[in-house]
Design a binder for this molecule. Sequence first.
Ligand code: HEC
Length: 153
Amino acid sequence: MNKVQQKISLALSLCLVAFIVACGGGEPPKTDPNAPPPQSMVKEDVPDGKAIYTKTCQACHQENGQGVPKAFPPLANADVLNSNVEGAIDGVIHGRKGELIVNGEKYNTEMAPLGGTLNDAEIAAVLTYVYSQWGNNGSVITPEMVAARRTKK
Ligand code: HEC
């Protein structure tokens, strides 16, 4: 070996040592019991529309959205719901009352405003759930659409 070769060889062995040290020398990684769960296990922060329906709407509109004759209009395959997304959002936020004809049946009762109980994401989720069920038209309601109706009546 000449001088240059010696230097190169020394440099290479130093690199190798540094590499091994950097790899932690085979010590097993410690698991911290207080560490947050891996990202894949964290539930996404989107509210569960079905759960909100069960808790907030089902008492009146019934489990399958069929409503109660003369008292609570149906949400299943409902012409009013399917023809007017903004009206549906407004009704949940601000409540609704007065004469209303749903699928040919007349109702004249009152739905209390739920805009104080449910936030924009929750109203979006519950309405998207309702639109996805029982023969409805599959409209998707976003929290932004709800926010835009909050200021309107
Ligand atoms: C306390 C009973 C009650 C609750 C709870 C309730 N509603 Fe209603 N809802 C009514 C009544 C009564 C009407 C009809 C009001 C009228 O006559 O103008 C109505 C009307 C509607 C309508 C328009 C008519 C139709 O059938 O398409 C929609 C849409 C609606 N409700 C959705 C909801 C959703 C979604 C929830 C839950 C977030 C909910 N309602 C909770 C009683 C209720």
